[in-house]
Design a protein around this ligand. Structure first.
Ligand code: HEC
Length: 155
């Protein structure tokens, strides 16, 4: 008798856990992948930004590495990471606004703007602090323009 109840309880708990996993965007591999790409963007942008702001000594080799990685990351084909139905109105665990899917040409243009700014940074980063600093504005601006339009504010 007891063991039957225990089994039922275990089944109920597993059910609850599975339900929670579905509600959490991190359980969706595509959402997780795109957020991880964004984290990699942020890591490399952070290195370049710290140098641009004088919080880290300028190092041409390190700056070039960071910029090259960022340029490589922005050239990834991300189409499989943004499947329909993974917007913030449809699931938990994502800050991607539904407008991404209804306004795709503009999202693509914003992605292209980032790739272009990253390529420009790749050319500029090793050419001295002032050269890096000049490329920083358009690069940070390309991140911000897309977030402003298509990313929910942090809750
Ligand atoms: C074309 C649009 C676009 C561009 C360009 C873009 N982002 Fe994002 N970013 C998003 C969206 C949409 C999300 C929300 C993704 C989600 O939660 O599913 C996001 C989320 C993030 C996050 C949070 C990731 C997490 O773990 O939840 C970081 C950090 C980030 N972006 C950094 C950057 C940086 C740095 C750049 C520029 C180098 C950049 N992004 C460029 C659209 C963009």
């Amino acid at each position: 008798m007891f063991s039957v109840r225990k089994t039922a309880l275990a089944a109920a708990l597993i059910g609850a856990t599975a339900g929670a996993a579905f509600a959490d965007g991190h359980a969706n591999p595509a959402v997780k992948a795109r957020q991880q790409v964004m984290s990699l963007y942020a890591f490399h942008l952070g290195t370049l930004g710290a140098m641009a702001q004088g919080k880290m000594d300028y190092d041409a080799e390190m700056a070039t590495k960071a910029a090259s990685n960022l340029a490589a990351l922005t050239s990834l084909d991300q189409s499989m990471m943004w499947p329909a139905g993974t917007d913030s109105g449809s699931m938990e665990g994502t800050r991607a606004k539904a407008e991404i899917w209804s306004n795709f040409p503009d999202v693509g243009a914003k992605g292209k703007a980032l790739a272009d700014a990253s390529m420009a940074m790749k050319e500029a980063a090793g050419g001295g602090l002032e050269s890096l600093q000049a490329a920083m504005g358009p690069l940070g601006g390309a991140c911000g323009a897309c977030h402003k339009a298509y990313r929910e504010p942090e809750s």
